[in-house]
Design a protein around this ligand. Structure first.
Ligand SMILES: C[S@@+](CC[C@H](N)C(=O)[O-])C[C@H]1O[C@@H](n2cnc3c(N)ncnc32)[C@H](O)[C@@H]1O
Length: 106
């Protein structure tokens, strides 16, 4: 589980884990930091995220982080709105970004 904000992780996510008797790894920090963390290289078979596509300006860092952390053959599951009014991100911008970034690449 990851969030930008350390307090969210320590005061909310960790508490939810405790209440449910769940164990797992809790990470905080920016996507830019995570993509420089060697211990996370190709670490995850599945990455699940929601409400992370609201701002197109963040897509580069988000996808660099995904490329760093996702294992070969891994999948990413995304929950998003079609369009974030006022911010410009969403499904259409994701589609445009992915075509620009990955078309013609293996
Ligand atoms: C709108 S909240 C969604 C929270 C939660 N995933 C949900 O669906 O309720 C956006 C999330 O993206 C994370 N986020 C946004 N920009 C980030 C960045 N540059 N680096 C790391 N996390 C970021 C924030 O910490 C926040 O948890």
């Amino acid at each position: 589980m990851q969030d930008f904000n350390a307090e969210v992780i320590s005061k909310c996510t960790d508490r939810v884990f405790q209440l449910n008797g769940t164990t797992g790894t809790l990470l905080y920090g920016s996507w830019d930091e995570l993509k420089r963390n060697d211990s996370l290289r190709s670490c995850f078979d599945v990455i699940i995220m929601s409400e992370t596509l609201y701002n197109v300006q963040y897509y580069e860092s988000l996808f660099e982080m995904i490329e760093h952390c996702l294992a070969p053959g891994g999948i990413v599951i995304v929950g998003t709105k079609t369009f974030y009014y006022g911010l410009g991100g969403g499904l259409f911008e994701l589609d445009r970004f992915l075509k620009d970034r990955y078309t013609g690449k293996p």
